[in-house]
Design a protein around this ligand. Sequence first.
Ligand code: HEM
Length: 147
Amino acid sequence: MYTGLKHLHSFWPYLLLSLTLIAGLVFLSKWFRKKPFNAGDKKLALFTLIAAHLQFVFGLILYFVSPVVKAALHAPDMMSDPTSRLYAVEHIATMIIAVALITIGYSRAKRIDDATKKHKTLAIFFLLGLVLMLSRIPWTVWPSFMA
Ligand code: HEM
C-alpha cells in the first residue's frame, strides 16, 4: 500500500501544479482583461479544486504509513534537522494551508456574481496556494527522475 500511495502522491503533483498554474494565469489574465466568466472557467476551477483535494487525501493517508515520516517524528533533533522538520511538520502544515486557500477561493468565487471579481478571487487564492505548495515540496527527492 505504501509504495502505491507514494507513487500516486509523487505523480499527482505534475497534474495539480500544472492545473493550478494554468488556472491561476488564465484567471489573472481574464481579471485584467475584464472577460466574462464562462463554462470553461467554471470547469477549470472545479478540476483544480478536485486535484488539490485528491492530493491532500493521498498525502494524509501517506503521513500515517510513511517510514520517512515515522523516522522524522522519532528523530531526536527533529526541529533542528531541516529534512526531519520538513517531513514531520512543514510539508503537511503548509500543504493544508495551500489546499485551504484553493478551497476558500473556489467557494468565495462561487458566491460572487461579477465576472471580474470572480476571476480576481480565483486568481489570487489559486496563485497564493501554488506559491505555498512550491515552497514546501521536498525538492531534493522530487521530481523523482532528477533525484
Ligand atoms: C496538496 C499539495 C501537496 C503536494 C503538491 C505534495 C507534494 C509532495 C511531493 C512532490 C512529495 C515527494 C514525493 C516523492 O518522494 O517523490 C511529497 C511527499 C510527501 N507528502 Fe506531500 N504533497 C502535498 C500534500 C500533502 C499533505 C496534505 C500531506 C499530509 C497530510 C502530505 C504528506 C506527504 C508525505 C508523508 C510525504 C513523504 C512520503 C514518503 O517519502 O514516504 N503531502 N509530497
